[in-house]
Design a binder for this molecule. Structure first.
Ligand SMILES: C[S@@+](CC[C@H](N)C(=O)[O-])C[C@H]1O[C@@H](n2cnc3c(N)ncnc32)[C@H](O)[C@@H]1O
Length: 261
């Protein structure tokens, strides 16, 4: 039976679970990219706008065209920036962007490439859309190297015999695979870097609550009995050596960028 696709259908839940993590990586990613202010950006798979808002505040873009396939994520995104912000939000697929050729300075995917059914097609679309000399870039959790922020829960789930769902193109998320995709697309000056971030939660309970609405883990939680969920929770607490106070959790993303010839 084919796996149920991972759907993003609640922008507010996404904010609690992943939006804050994305911004932690996004800050470091934008410093690393170092695109000058005033650029015309494409933000592909913009989700609920967490990274888009960061982009607007940090890079003073002339224009951001933000795209996502989820109407619910876009509905949340449309509420988060003040009127007059230079952003347009459009429902569209990363593999068929409704944009002109070579009309943008930079195209990015923040935590998206591993969801795109054919990553090479998504990268080709970004290449088509940016001008010569423009930047094509992405960051994605190192899901195969336990870099996903909820990896401690996923690992303990697996030990209980419940395999967590993987994003369909997870193989594209390693540094090597990302660099190979960028090179195969004909991009030049391809660079990669691993970005490790830490997020401090008020308590273990706070971390656990942030994981419950996760698009990848929620269906597994729903299929477990109350006893199994309690056992899982105890195992995750032990794994993280969590006490009664604040809990700091690390995560790692892989970033890649290149220049269109
Ligand atoms: C993990 S979220 C990242 C959201 C945002 N970029 C961020 O950094 O918080 C992944 C997003 O990619 C979107 N997505 C998945 N497949 C897509 C596709 N083929 N084209 C466009 N967006 C897609 C999902 O709807 C979801 O909002």
């Amino acid at each position: 039976m084919p796996a149920t696709p991972i759907r993003f259908d609640d922008g507010a839940a996404y904010e609690l679970m992943m939006g804050r993590w994305s911004v932690l990586v996004g800050e470091r990613f934008l410093d690393w990219l170092d695109v000058p202010d005033g650029a015309r950006w494409l933000d592909i798979g913009c989700g609920n706008g967490a990274f888009t808002e960061l982009l607007v505040n940090r890079c003073r873009p002339a224009d951001v065209q933000a795209f996502d396939t989820s109407a619910e994520q876009l509905a949340y995104a449309r509420t988060r920036l003040p009127a007059g912000a230079p952003v347009t939000w459009t429902e569209a697929d990363a593999m068929r962007l409704p944009v002109a050729d070579a009309a943008s300075d930079a195209a990015v995917m923040a935590l998206v490439l591993f969801f795109v059914p054919e990553p090479a097609v998504g990268v080709a679309e970004m290449c088509r859309a940016v001008r010569s000399g423009g930047v094509v870039a992405a960051y994605h959790w190192d899901v195969l190297g336990d870099g996903f922020p909820l990896a401690p829960i996923a690992t303990e789930m697996l030990k209980l015999g419940v395999p967590p769902r993987m994003a369909p193109s997870s193989a594209a998320s390693t540094l090597e695979a990302s660099a190979a995709l960028w090179q195969a697309a004909g991009l030049q000056q391809v660079r990669t870097c691993a970005i490790t971030v830490q997020r401090t939660f008020d308590s273990f309970e706070d971390y656990w609550r942030s994981g419950e609405p996760s698009n990848t883990l929620r269906p597994m939680f729903e299929d477990m009995s109350a006893e199994e969920r309690e056992m899982l929770k105890a195992n995750v607490r032990r794994r993280l050596q969590a006490g009664d106070g604040p809990l700091t959790v690390s995560a790692r993303a892989n970033a890649v960028c290149g220049i269109k010839p």
